[in-house]
Design a protein around this ligand. Structure first.
Ligand SMILES: Nc1ncnc2c1ncn2[C@@H]1O[C@H](COP(=O)(O)OP(=O)(O)OP(=O)(O)O)[C@@H](O)[C@H]1O
Ligand SMILES: [Mg+2]
Length: 380
């Protein structure tokens, strides 16, 4: 299982900067010094008292007091040594063990068990941490498997769309051209109704050809036209505008733009992105001559582009639907098109590691589409 390198642990603050073991040593040394000083003072005092040649009864009491003090000091010493051993083996050592185990897990060996038997508090803590580790690892494995499965089935679907649309082109061309030939050759022998049927058949075949071509373009994104490099998005916009020059002129459209950055991407796809969005902005225009603006702003480590127009706008409830393949909001005789433009744009943007969405604030006053593209390294 692969992991990202973990960040270094946070530095402790205040008195916590000194490890617990050092605290114990420090306090142990202080207790030892106090203990030794206590013994020395008591010994000195009792020697001085004996030097005064006390009466025999007082001397006997002093001897008993000395004996009692020796027993008390010996007991204190034994208790001190016992406490130090207990702290060392029952607290510090298990903490070290647990720390080493946690470090191993944090370093990437997520199957490493976390377990200490004592003391009870640490045993409970380690068991909770271990069950948390096990649950996270199993959830992570399920997610990894599902991602892999999704990637595989996505690849299969793309392959299917590509093969189907590619292989369907030829038979469809045949249907369309032979139906047209039928009309041309036997037209005079056919009645009006038969000619109308042939017209419907040709129309249907042509439309299907358009859909299949669009599907083919869609399935090509990232498969056939994939290479990325540093590109000047301003130059790509100019190219898209050139491709649309006739449409823009007919509609008397004005397209303005901010100063556009250099980004890392695929020239063909990004040109197509600008072209589709501007084409929509002009196609779905209102009474006024279309005005389109391509904006850009830096947002952290990515660029956020926008394409806003003064057209008929999109009701917010359709904000998701319009990005689905072949989904349109208007009949074909009012606004021509197959409904693949935005699906293609979203696929292109996602292929570049960004997101494309309809801005929610532009209801009724034209439409604004926004998309992000990660800023390429070294570009500011
Ligand atoms: N700028 C816009 N203003 C208003 N509606 C829009 C705009 N862009 C897209 N739409 C709506 O979203 C739908 C989907 O757009 P999309 O570009 O996918 O398809 P299309 O333009 O109808 O067909 P195609 O792009 O395949 O020629 C459009 O049919 C239209 O209803
Ligand atoms: Mg379109």
């Amino acid at each position: 299982m692969s992991i990202h390198p973990l960040p270094p642990p946070k530095a402790p603050t205040g008195l916590g900067r000194l490890p617990v073991a050092r605290w114990f040593v420090l306090i142990g040394v202080l207790a030892g010094v106090t203990f030794a000083a206590g013994v020395a003072i008591v010994m000195t005092l009792s020697t001085r008292a004996e030097a005064l040649h006390p009466p025999p009864e007082l001397a006997a009491q002093l001897d008993r007091l000395n004996a009692a003090l020796i027993v008390v000091f010996a007991l204190l010493l034994a208790l001190g040594v016992g406490l130090a051993a207990m702290v060392r083996y029952a607290v510090l050592k298990p903490i070290d063990q647990l720390t080493a185990q946690v470090r191993t897990v944090a370093g990437g060996d997520f199957d490493h068990d976390l377990h200490v038997d004592r003391p009870a508090e640490l045993a409970e803590l380690s068991s909770h941490i271990d069950s948390m580790r096990a649950r996270i690892v199993s959830a992570w494995r399920v997610a990894t498997d599902q991602t892999e499965e999704l990637r595989r089935s996505n690849g299969e679907l793309e392959q299917f769309a590509y093969v189907a649309s590619h292989d369907l082109q030829e038979p469809l061309r045949k249907v369309a051209s032979f139906t047209q030939m039928l009309e041309q050759r036997y037209g005079p022998q056919l009645d009006e109704r038969a000619r109308q049927y042939i017209h419907y058949a040709v129309d249907g075949a042509k439309r299907m050809q358009l859909l299949i071509n669009d599907l083919l373009d869609f399935s090509r994104v990232g498969r056939v036209t994939g290479e990325k490099g540093e590109v000047d998005s301003g130059a790509l916009l100019e190219r898209a505008l050139e491709n649309l020059s006739a449409t823009l002129e007919d509609a008397e459209a004005t397209v303005t733009h901010d100063e556009l950055p250099r980004i890392n991407g695929n020239e063909l796809q990004l040109t197509q992105l600008f072209q589709n969005l501007i084409e929509n902005a002009v196609k779905f225009r209102s009474e006024e001559p279309p005005r389109v603006h391509i904006g850009v702003r830096r947002d952290g480590d990515r660029w956020e582009f926008s394409c806003s127009d003064n057209g008929i706008g999109v009701e917010h409830k359709y904000a998701d639907r319009i990005f689905l393949i072949f989904q349109r909001l208007h009949p074909r005789d009012v606004y021509p098109g197959t409904g693949i433009g935005l699906a293609l744009c979203r696929k292109i943007v996602e292929y570049h590691g960004g997101q494309l969405w309809l801005d929610g604030d532009s209801d009724g006053h034209g439409a604004t589409f926004r998309w992000t593209i990660p800023a390429s390294g070294g570009e500011g």
